[in-house]
Ligand binder design. Sequence first.
Ligand code: ADP
Length: 737
Amino acid sequence: MKLTSLRTRTLIATLIILFGLVGFLLFFTYTIIGHGFQVLEERIVQEHVQQAANALYDSLASLDRTTNDYAIWDATYAFVAEPDLAYVNDNFAPTTFSNNNLSYVAVVNTAGAVVYAHATDLASEQEVAPPAELAHFTGANARLLQHDDPNGHLSGVVVLADGPMLLAARPILTNQGAGPARGTLLMGRRLDAREIARLAAIIRMPLTVRRLDDSSQPPAPQQAALASTAEQPNGVIPRDNQRISGSTRIADIFGQPGVLLQVELPRDVAQLGQEVTRQYGLVLLGLGLLFGVLVFWLIERVVLARIITLNAQVAVVDASHPDVQVTVTGRDEISQLGSAINQMLVRLGHAQQQLVENERRYRQIIELSPDPIIVHDGRHIQYTNTAGARLLGLGAATTAHGQPLDATIGALIPPRDDTPLRVERVLLPPDGEAIEVELVVLSLHDQEHESIQVLVRNITARKQIEQALRTAKEAAETANRAKTQFLATMSHELRTPLTSIIGYADLLNEMFADTSDHEVRQHLKRIRSAGAHLLVIINAVLDITRIEAGRMHVQAVPVTLAALLHLVTDSIQPLVERNGNRFEIANCAAVDTMETDEVHLRQILINLIGNACKFTHAGLITLTVTMLPGKAGAASDDVSFAVRDTGIGIHPDQVARLFHNFVQVDASLTRKYGGTGLGLALSRRLASLLGGSLTVTSTPEVGSTFTLTVPRKLRVAATPAWILDFGLLQSETLAKQ
Ligand code: ADP
C-alpha cells in the first residue's frame, strides 16, 4: 500500500478547505455585491430616463401654456367668428413661431372646420404645409376638439408621418375664460433634431426619440422597447461593457403607443462594482492564503512535527534497541501518547527479557530431556536435542541442523490440528541394538513454516515389564483356576465324611440321651456343633466356588412375597429369640408376586437377618419391603428388602471391606460372635446373580441397615464381571489369613 505522509495529507486537506472557503466567499461576494451594483445602476438609469421624460413633459407644459394664452383671449374669440388677416399678421407672425418654438398653429371652429392653419420648419424658418393628419378633425381627430377637462386642457404627443410632434389643444374662450367656446386652438412643436438636442442639453445626456411603430429601428431600442411595458414603461438594457441605455414609453395624445425616449449612459457604476469586487476578491484570496499558511504552520508545529518525530522514534524500536524511549514534549494528548508508548516499551523490554529467559529455560529442559526430541520438515532435521542427536548417531546436537532424516521418523505425518499422533515402532539406532519406542508426533505450524516435532520415548523396559506382568497374570489365572477346582473338590470331599460325623454324633447323642454322665453328653454336643459349623463353612465355600466357576445357576419362578416372608420369619425365629430381640416386617410393596430365584433370595434374607440378630441384643430388627422404579432400560421395577437393626453397628472404615471373603470386622468380635466372614461375600454375589445389589449403611452403637435390591422380574442370568477377578481376591484373602 502506498504510504501518503501525514504532512502531505494535512497540506492537501488544508488547501482544499482553504480554496473551498475562498471560492465560496468569492462566489457570494460576486453574487451579492454584483447584484447590488446592478440594481443601483438600473435605478440610476431609470432616474435619468425619468429626467428625460420630465424634460419632454416640461416642453409640453410650456406649449400648453402658450396655447392657453392665445386661446383665452377676446381677439382669438372674435377671430373664430370673423376671420381676418390682421389678427393673423399681428399674432401669428414668423417671430411668434420662432419665439415660442412653435411648428404648427391651427384654429378650428366648433363645426370642425379649420379656420386657420399654419406650419413652419423652425430649422429653416420656412413655411411648410400643415401636417396632412391634422387637415380634418373628424374621426379620431374629433377627440382633439372635445374638452372634458374642466380647464379645457389637452396636450400630448402625436405621431405624424414625418415625425412626432408635441401638440396642445385649448378651447377658445373670452378673456374672462367665458364661453361658449367658439372652437379650439391647436399648437404643435415638432420633436425634431433641434428640439431633441434642446431637451438633451437640458438633461445633459444623449437623448434619442423613436417612434414606437418604427420597424426600421436598430436592435437596441427594439430591445429597450420590449424591456418596457405598459405597466412598467421604463426599460434598461446594457449596450456593452461601456454603455447602458434606458428608455421609457410615452403614449400619444390618443392613448396609443407614441414615442420611446431613450437615454444612453456610461456604465460607471457597473465598472465601479467590478472593480470593488475584484479588489475584494484579491484581498479575500490573499487573506485566505495567509490564514491557510498560518493554520498549516500551527498544525505542523503543534501536531504534525511531534507525531512525525514520535513515529520516527518508534520505528527504530526492535529487539536490538530495547532501551529506546521516545521524546515527550508538552502536556497534551500527544505527550500522553508518548508516555504511553514509553511505558509500553518498558513493558515490552521486560516481556522480551522474560521471553529470552523462558526460552533459555525451556531450551535447557529440552536439551537435558532424556527423551530424544527431533523437529524436522519431512526430509531434513531442523532441530534436535542431545538425546536425539545421540539416537540418530549425529554426534553433537549443534551440527544436526540440515542433516537428512531417519526414514522411520520422517514417514510419520501427524494430523494438521494439535492432536498428537502416537505410534509404537522398533528403531535400529546406527550404533546399537534395536529398541522399542513410542513416537509422539505433533504438527508445528506458524504463519511461515510447517514442521513436525517427534518425541521419542524408549519403551523397551516398559514393554519387557508388561510382558512379564502378562505372563504372571496368566500364571496367576491358571493357579486360581486350579485353586477353585481344588476348593470345589475338597469341599465336596470334606462334606461327605462330615455328614457322616454329624450323623454319628446325632446317633451317639440319642444313645447317651439317658446317661447320667454329663461330661459325655457335653462332648457329644460339642462334636455335633463343631461338625455343623464346619458344614456351614464348607457349604459357603462350595457356593462361592460354584459362583466363581460359573456353575451356580439361577432359576426364575413365581414367588409370592407373603409366603416368602412367612418362610423367612419361621427360619430366623430361634435366632431372634436367642438374644432377646424383636423382629418386625413392614411390607410396603405395591405388588405381591415376583419372578426370581426364591432359594437364593431367601438365603440372602436369612443371612442378613441372622447377622442382625447376632449383632443385636434386646433390640429391634425390621425387614422393610418396598417397590423402587427400575433402572433405565430395565424391564421391571425393583423390589428393595431393607434389614435394619439396632445393634452394635459397623465402623465406617470397615464398611468397604465387609463384602470380601472371610472378612470380619474385628477379631475380638469373632471370638464373641463366631462366624466365618463368608456370609456377606456370598450374599452380595447371590444378589448379583439375581441382577440386583447389596449395600450397607451403618453407625457404630446405633445400628446397621443392609439393603438388598433385586428386579421384580429376573431377566438374564449372565456371569457378572466381578467373577473374573474374584479368584484373585479370594486367594489374597486366604494368603493373609
Ligand atoms: P460372619 O459369618 O462372620 O457373620 P459375615 O460375612 O456374615 O460373616 O459378616 C462379616 C462381618 O460383618 C461380621 O463378622 C460382622 O463383624 C459384620 N456384620 C455383619 N452384619 C452385621 C450387623 N448386622 N451388625 C454388625 N456387624 C455386622
